[in-house]
Every structure is written in structure tokens, then in C-alpha cells.
Design a binder for this molecule. Sequence first.
Ligand code: NAP
Ligand code: MG
Length: 488
Amino acid sequence: MDNLDNLEKLIWFDPQKCFIDGVWQDPNSNNYLPLLNPSSGKEICRIARCSDQDVNLAVSAARHSLDGEWGQFTALERGRILQKIGSLVKDKIDLLSKIESIDVGKPLSQSKADAIALARYLEFYSGAADKIHGETIPYQNGYTVYTLKEPHGVTAHIIPWNYPMQIIGRSVVGALTMGNAVVLKPSEDACLTALAFADICREANLPKGALNVITGYGSETGEILSKHSGINHISFTGSVQVGTKIQKNAAENIVPVTLELGGKSPQIVFSDANISQAIPFLMKAGLQNAGQTCSASSRILIQKSIYTKVEKALAAQYKNLTIGPAIQDFDLGPLISKKQVSMVQKYLNLGLDLKKIAELKLNDKHENGSFISPTLFGMVDPSHALAQEEIFGPIQVLIPFDDEEEAIKIANGTKFGLVAGIWTNDGSRQLRMAKKIKAGQVFINNYGAGGGVELPFGGTGHSGYGREKGFEALNSFSTIKTIAINHG
Ligand code: NAP
Ligand code: MG
């Protein structure tokens, strides 16, 4: 095992247990899976491989909590407990960051940003809990009509390995804010901060059963959870392929779903843009978390008159990049797994016919971890697979365009529609572009790759549907009941 002494000092809970009904429990299956450190390829600990019995226990604990103490909590009390959890997360930011870097391979400062974001989600939603309310509606004479915003009930959260803490913040915390009871299934590749979060909630005295965390394979534990008839809502973040399955499973139980899937998000640079302001965003938004970000900006569209200038500036930036073990905080760490490396390598092979503008070479030190060279391709045709498909690795393509009309056509020319960035100082063009771009978020003269706790986030097309983050998430995690009283 790798870094065991170090990890043992960091984790204060037993990662082999699952968190059900407010207590740590051994999995009924008595089966375990290895958790790997992607920087070294070595096992760091084992996690529980939860079976259908464990899923049943977690779902029924959640249901009982709604009938019990958690269901009786007022909005103010929910806000207060989230505030308490938030302050405990704040106290543990350094610890959580290190655990995440070892588990996920994310450079330390990027893990720290995620831990800070989790604390900020708790701060934001704790303040929102008692400010969400229904309406009174004018109706016929003799009637008073009002609406109640109610929780769905038991919500299932199936989250990926790329941003566990941020996704817990935007989905689990959003659901708890509205009074739902949660069953969380983190990715088998990245469980530790989800388990840490469970223990922090225990320490804060979150009523038992309000949060349950079960670990295991997605195709096993995750699938059982998504098919469970005791679930009232599913929040899924991950691939289009699994998202489609989740939707089908949910359909069998007539359960609403929020799908946060992938993207092929463009940044569009016009000739009147402030190029030196844009350059760091153009690169960082594509390479953050080694490109394993649903809102990664993997396409950069550049107006022809400034194409060469921008290409050169980006090539120079790529030359300064560093890559290495996550805990040492280089610009890039490894990918999550060797499996992910081979998926990304497939795209690098498809790019053999393209013009390579920059590439950061690996050396012997990278041999054991799941590292891959960040690569920038130039003069890419918008129909090329590298300009159409989500790669989920540190690969960016540059695409030249003539005018606004062509930029919109290329930007909207994929199956996805998650985020877009537009770089121009022409105010009218900013407004026109923002309206015409197919995306859930549009950034003008900046690019916040998924950032902004306050900002509603989600996609269109194959990027999914439903919104998380901001106040809007609280609509996704609740349902409206209309009450019409005939009082004459
Ligand atoms: P994935 O397979 O879609 O996994 C996402 C989550 O779903 C994980 O918790 C996974 O658990 C679980 N899962 C897998 N199969 C399931 C099933 N049949 N039923 C229920 N849950 C299931 O994504 P991935 O394999 O980690 O990554 C593959 C690709 O997905 C990436 O290359 C990328 O394109 C995309 N992706 C997108 C995002 C995003 O934020 N939009 C995030 C991650 C990945 P296990 O991990 O334990 O299998
Ligand atoms: Mg791991």
C-alpha cells in the first residue's frame, strides 16, 4: 500500500465502512474494493463494496428520517445545522485537500479550492434554507390559494470522481437544504472525501438517516440505487452513456432526474478582445484538473485575423506547464486511472493527422502514475472527432473562424451545450452572442469552469438537463403543492 502511514494520519474514519442511519457499518456483503492513488498507481486503502442489502438499509434509513427527527426540522433548524457542518468543513480544509489529492490525483491547490467551495456551498445554502417559500395565488372569489414547496423525499446522488467535494456541495447540500433525505453513492475511484463529509455531518449531529453514504461499483451499487423503488429523485453527474441508463431506470419508477453530463465547451476569441487577459483563461479552463472537468473548455475558436498571434501565445504558455504527483502541487496531476489514460490516448492517436502546437513530454518519474501529456492542436476542422467529442483529458483544439455567424455555427455545432466563454469588447456583440449560444452558462470576458456557487449550472442537449447551484437548485430539489381553500 502507498502512503499508508501518511493517509492513516489524515483519515480519522474507517474507509471500509459505510455510513447508514447515522452510524458507521460494515457492508453486509463483507466484500471490499481497493482504492488507488493515481499519482503512484498503488493501493491506498480498501472501501466497502455495498450490496443490495446495504442499499435497502440506506434507503429505508433515509425514509425513516423523513418520518422522524429530520422530517420535523424547521427550515431555520436545517439552515443552522448546515452552518455547523460548514464551519467543521472550514476547520478541516487542509486535511480534506490532502486526502482528495491522494485519492483523486488532483493538484493540492485545486483540491483546496474544492474544499473551500464545499464550505462556501454550506454557507450559501445554510442562509437560503429559511428564505425559500411558496406563494399565494389570486383565484376565484371565495377562494384562498397558496403553494407549499416540499422536499421530494429520498434523493439519490450518484457522483463522479472528478470533483467529489464540489458536487457534494451543489447536489447533496442543495437536497438537504430543502429537507430531503439523501443516499449518496460516490465513484469507486474517489470515495474518501464523501466518507469524510459523512463523518463531519455525524459530528455536527445531523439527524440520523438524513445522509447515508454507500460505496461500491457504479454498475453494481449505483445501478441498484438508481432502480430502487424507495427513491423519489435522482441527481446524477457523469457520462452520457450512464446518464441514459439512469434516466431509463428512473422512468420505471416515474422519478424525476437531474442530469449533469459532459460538454465540449467553447471559448470564442474575437479580434477586438483583450488577448493578454484571455490567454490564461483559454488554457487554464481546458487543463484544470488535467482536463477532467465537465465544463472544461476543450475548444478554442479564434478569429482568423488574430489566429497566429493567439496560437503562439498559447504555445508559449504550454511550455511553462509542469506535471507530477498531486500532493506536490504541479499545474497538472495524473488522470484518475489507467483506464482514463487509455480513453484519452485513443484521442491523441486520432489527432496524429493534426498540427501539434504544443505538448508537454513525460519522463521516467511519471511511469507508475496515470499521467498523460497535455497537448494543444491547431487549425482543427470543427467536424474532427477531437473537436466534437468529450475527451476528459488535457487536450485542447484551436479552430479558426471568419465572423460572428460562423463562430456561432461552430460553437453550437456539437451535441453538447454546457458552458461557453466569449472574448470581445464590443458590447452589442456580447449581447447577441450570449443570446445565440446554446449553453447553460455563458461567460463574457472570463470563464468560470463550473465555478460560482451562486450561479445556476447545467446543460442542454447531451450535456443534460435540470439545474444545480444557486437558488435554482432548490427548485430542482423540491416540488410544489397547491392548496385551494373554498371559504365562500
Ligand atoms: P460514469 O461511468 O458515468 O460514472 C459516473 C458515476 O456513475 C460514478 O459514480 C459511477 O460509479 C456511476 N455509475 C457507473 N455506472 C453506473 C450504472 N450502471 N448505474 C448507476 N451508476 C453508475 O463516468 P466515468 O466512468 O467515471 O467517466 C467516463 C466518462 O464520463 C468520462 O470520460 C467523461 O466523459 C464523463 N464524465 C463526465 C463528468 C461530468 O462532470 N459531466 C464526470 C465524470 C465523467 P463508479 O465510478 O463507481 O463506476
Ligand atoms: Mg482514487
